[in-house]
Write a protein that binds this ligand. Structure first.
Ligand code: GCU
Length: 606
């Protein structure tokens, strides 16, 4: 009998963990923030998770169990408990541990976090969720000593229902965070960015009605600028045959729909006299979705994005994407960016450059970035960290990539500013990699047929003439926009030969140069043939920009990159010292000469 019961528990547990649909509108709901100081214990040997035989603690109260997630306290002065969160130090959440604690600057491993809390306005009739903006890289989440679930992937949101374990007072939420890299993960072992570990984005509790609005998509129908379509998904016992009301007051829309037995309903309705969202007029409409006991109001921009031959059309008009690449780092404060203030710094600099477009490299950034881009009229390339040498033949690795892609699209599918889903960056061509990426692209199009698919590919010189650059990559047939990184003059090729370079692109698609650039130590001045000087970086921009402008179908560029960023690969003293110096701005916020070269180019571009 015991065996059967344990199988049931296992099944319920897996279902509970696995089927945790993402709350679409957490951002605009009134939640209880758990941001602030959390106790933490660094657990290099994961002794809080495994016993001395490396078997997972079973979480029961047996005396030998030192499972940290139990948050046990000695019952008397003789008891042996070899951990105590309340005696442990604290750190800020959100925030990576590397930039907060000097001893953890290079740390890759497990850190346990604990937060005690009472529920504000506790209501026993509500359903309670805990939502994480992201945890890098793996999170095992426990409430009051019991497992809520686990999540893998360092840059996408997730949430768990905790109604069954929550009490009004004296709760403790414990998270085991492990940021160890591994060959079968996404990203894999090698990246050119810092492996910031921790609870790196907001943690929030939501008390929701027994039946609530879990998800929705409200966008212009693909290639139609006079029709909105999408869906509403409810969650809860009464989700079936529920009346759902959608209002967009400024468009005089007030529509009702009835959900099916699964709480789902497709929506489609005409819209007239729409002010389309654009980079020059980022119009957002208040969209309210209401059911009997729940209501959410989002701000949604309506626009079309499509390609036509070698052009990208925004609302049917050709657009040139004046962009810049950005890593998710607030170098002024140090560490992972996560707040609206951080987003304002980064996108403010992009705007100062004259950008109408950014490439959020190489992973999904925090939700503040995409929501601020909606407000500022900045178009966005979003990407999952299928970066360099991923394990193409590993089915679990593919599933991790697809899950991160799904979570990204799930989160941002209503954001007008998001126009491109990028499947990968600089991945070596092979049959297996083509299969892997094509499957991802198919999944992305199934989830969202309104946005463009791309990936940062690579170019190289023709055998017979190294001054002619080509892109030989079968994935170019799959994408909507042909994008590639090109570093002529920095990684190979002579800077004074850039003017003689040209590209042979024999594909009828728009072209985006997803990266080019050079490293410079801000404040280091020399002649323009001296590598690492600001003058060398400036010359590379002066030579490269007019050359790129000649590429047939050039529709955008995102030079690499906005700001210097930390990377363990960049050790050269005195120039790098652990920083990738291809930023146009230094880690102290000082602009380099090439910043003004790019700014001038964008100002003068047609
Ligand atoms: C690559 C890669 C970036 C990297 C950059 C560089 O193209 O995409 O992640 O930082 O080049 O070498 O600086």
């Amino acid at each position: 009998m015991k065996f059967i019961i344990s199988l049931n528990i296992l099944f319920i547990t897996i279902c509970t963990w696995a089927n945790q649909p993402l709350l679409q509108n957490n951002y605009l709901r009134n939640g209880q923030s758990l941001n602030g100081r959390w106790h933490y214990i660094v657990d290099v040997y994961e002794s809080g998770y495994f016993n001395y035989r490396m078997e997972p603690h079973d979480g029961t109260e047996n005396p030998g169990s030192s499972a940290f997630f139990l948050n046990k306290k000695p019952k008397n002065k003789t008891d042996r408990i070899e951990y105590d969160f309340d005696a442990a130090p604290t750190m800020n959440v959100p925030g990576d541990w590397n930039s907060q604690k000097e001893k953890l600057f290079y740390y890759e491993g497990t850190v346990w976090y604990k937060k005690s809390f009472n529920v504000e306005n506790y209501d026993a009739s509500k359903r309670y969720y805990v939502h994480f903006g992201a945890v890098n890289y793996r999170a095992d989440v426990y409430l009051n000593g019991k497992k809520l679930g686990a999540h893998v992937g360092g840059f996408t949101p997730f949430n768990f229902e905790m109604t069954h374990l929550l009490q009004e007072k004296d709760n403790f939420l414990i998270v085991k965070v492990d940021n160890k890299r591994a060959t079968d993960e996404v990203p894999t072992l090698s990246t050119d960015w810092w492996n910031y570990g921790g609870i790196t984005r907001d943690v929030t509790i939501y008390g929701l009605e027994a039946t609530f609005i879990e998800d929705y998509k409200i966008q212009l129908t693909k290639n139609k600028n006079d029709e909105v379509s999408g869906y509403i998904q409810l969650n809860g016992v009464d989700k079936g045959a529920q009346n759902v009301n959608i209002t967009i007051p400024e468009l005089k829309i007030n529509k009702s729909f009835l959900t099916d037995k699964n709480g789902f309903v497709s929506v489609r309705f005409p819209v007239k006299r729409v002010t389309y969202w654009s980079d020059t007029n980022p119009k957002l409409y208040e969209v309210t979705i209401a059911i009997a006991k729940d209501k959410v109001t989002d701000k949604i921009g309506f626009r079309t994005i499509e390609t036509k031959g070698k052009e990208i059309l925004l609302n049917g008009k050709k657009i040139f994407l004046k962009g810049i690449s950005i890593h998710e780092e607030n170098v002024m404060r140090g560490g992972r960016a996560w707040s609206m203030e951080d987003a304002k710094v980064l996108l403010g600099w992009a705007k100062e450059l004259g950008c109408n477009y950014v490439r959020l490299a190489h992973y999904p950034h925090n939700e503040n970035m995409i929501r601020l881009a909606d407000q500022m009229g900045i178009l966005v390339w979003e990407e999952i960290p299928v970066y360099w040498t991923i394990q193409w033949t590993n089915a679990e690795t593919y599933q991790k990539a697809e899950t991160q892609l799904t979570e990204l699209i799930q989160r941002d599918k209503n954001r007008a500013s998001s126009i491109i889903w990028s499947m990968a960056n600089e991945t070596p061509t092979s049959k297996e990699r083509l299969t892997f990426l094509t499957k991802l692209a198919t999944k992305a199009r199934a989830l969202d047929d309104t946005r463009l698919i791309s990936a940062a590919l690579e170019d190289h010189g023709k055998k017979e003439d190294q001054n002619i650059m080509i892109v030989e990559d079968e994935f170019a047939e799959v994408v909507d926009v042909l994008s590639f990184n090109q570093y002529y003059g920095w990684y190979g090729g002579e800077i004074d030969n850039i003017k003689n370079i040209r590209w042979e692109i024999d594909i009828d698609k728009p072209v985006i140069i997803s990266e080019f650039g050079a490293g410079a130590l801000q404040g280091y001045h020399a002649d323009n043939m001296t590598r690492w000087s600001e003058e060398f970086q400036e010359l590379l921009y002066e030579e490269t920009l007019p050359t790129l402008a000649k590429i047939p179908g050039i529709s955008g560029i995102t030079p690499w990159t906005l700001v210097d960023f930390r990377s363990p690969r960049r050790t050269l003293l005195p120039y790098q010292d652990g920083w990738n110096r291809k930023g146009l701005i230094s880690e102290t916020g000082n602009k380099k000469k090439a910043f003004y070269t790019l700014k001038e180019f964008y100002k003068n571009i047609e």
